[in-house]
Design a protein around this ligand. Structure first.
Ligand SMILES: NC(=O)c1ccc[n+]([C@@H]2O[C@H](COP(=O)([O-])OP(=O)(O)OC[C@H]3O[C@@H](n4cnc5c(N)ncnc54)[C@H](O)[C@@H]3O)[C@@H](O)[C@H]2O)c1
Length: 342
């Protein structure tokens, strides 16, 4: 298939393009390049040709000839979404819906949207969220995911099949590394300080998924018969990978020998949810997660050893989304609407 991958220069996108190309797809990347100054290590065999463009400027003409759009380009986590909620709604909600409409107008038959398990927000004790569960988004970022699903689903018809992938929290190494997701953050702390000292008690639930398992899920959606994916929502992950934050810390501490681990009593973060991944595992042909948190933590350590990871790199702006965007704004490289200044 001829595939346009938006957000191809991001944490998950940079790892997804080679997977889709390896499956025989003709991939073109598109990205505004917010994180282009960060490249933690060489490790991607194949990069797609890439267009530097903001999704808010894409028209149906730009999308002519594509069979599928895989849409990842957004302000991609809770803290970044809170930086300027108005712009978050403009990019993540309005931009994504406009992109889906443009794709449909251009005759693109498949539209895969990267949603998030953060739509579930908070859960009651013992509750396990399925695709049918009520959404309880807690942030602008999560609200936008709910709005995009709500507004894109009605576009579905015989010639336009959207699929909504509600990904668990991602982990694993990527040249466009992120240290603002829990497993990677704890790995960076373990390596640079030899300590994981959590102020919280670590009880919140956080389902995790490896970035390459997300890439495989996208590959499986592209390969699936239309009936299996048409206007479907799938939680992306594995039911065995619902961890408490505490367990994630224990797994990381084990992967970094000598790492001290302690917990506090606070629980400021109210985002906690357990998720069922039964649907994707039973209904998306060929999909199963292949990498768990132990594998991811070991991979993080291997990369750190290989590149001589430093505290400076761990704290560098390109690897923490909020820091990078704040830097681009304060140095006036981005304007008030997050477009590059000329
Ligand atoms: N990382 C996770 O834990 C996770 C979990 C669930 C869902 N997701 C979703 O997966 C997708 C990819 O996540 P990621 O972790 O790779 O994020 P990322 O922030 O690393 O990458 C997003 C990419 O999109 C680009 N981008 C942002 N706004 C843009 C715009 N207006 N026009 C063009 N490009 C733009 C950025 O430059 C960046 O390269 C996002 O939609 C995110 O919400 C991520």
């Amino acid at each position: 298939m001829k595939v346009l991958l938006t957000g191809s220069g991001g944490y998950i996108g940079i790892a997804t393009a080679p997977v889709l190309m390896g499956r025989g797809h003709d991939v073109t990347g598109m990205d505004s390049g917010f994180y282009q100054s960060g490249w933690l290590y060489n490790g991607v065999k194949q990069l797609p040709r890439t267009i530097q463009q903001d999704i808010r400027t894409i028209t149906a003409e730009d999308l002519a000839g594509y069979d599928a759009v895989v849409h990842m380009a957004e302000l991609s986590n809770d803290p970044l979404g809170q930086l300027n909620p108005t712009i978050t709604y403009k990019i993540n909600h309005e931009g994504s819906v406009a992109l889906a409409k443009a794709a449909k107008a251009a005759g693109v038959s498949r539209f895969i949207y990267m949603s998030s398990c953060s739509v579930y927000g908070i859960g009651e004790e013992g509750e396990v969220k399925t695709e049918e569960s009520l959404s309880r988004p807690q942030t602008a970022y999560a609200e936008c995911k709910v709005y995009v699903e709500r507004d894109v689903a009605p576009l579905a018809d015989d010639s336009f099949s959207p699929t909504f992938l509600r990904n668990a929290t991602a982990f694993g190494p990527s040249p466009r590394q992120r240290f603002d997701v829990v497993l990677n953050n704890l790995s960076g702390l373990a390596w640079t300080t030899g300590k994981i000292a959590m102020t919280s008690d670590g009880t919140p639930w956080r389902p995790l998924v490896h970035i390459l398992d997300i890439a495989d899920a996208i590959g499986c959606v592209l390969a699936a018969p239309q009936a299996a994916i048409h206007n479907q929502i799938f939680n992306v992950g594995d039911s065995a990978q619902n961890y408490r934050v505490r367990e994630i810390a224990e797994i990381v501490a084990e992967a970094f020998p000598g790492c001290e681990l302690s917990f506090g009593t606070n629980d400021a973060d109210n985002r906690s949810y357990r998720v069922s991944f039964e649907k994707i595992n039973s209904q998306l042909p060929g999909f199963a997660c292949k990498r768990d948190a132990r594998v991811g933590a070991a991979q993080m350590r291997e990369v750190f050893e290989r590149i001589g990871m430093t505290d400076e790199l761990f704290k560098a702006a390109p690897y923490t989304r909020l820091k990078m965007l704040q830097q681009l704004i304060s140095t006036k490289q981005l304007d008030d609407d997050f477009f590059w200044r000329a």
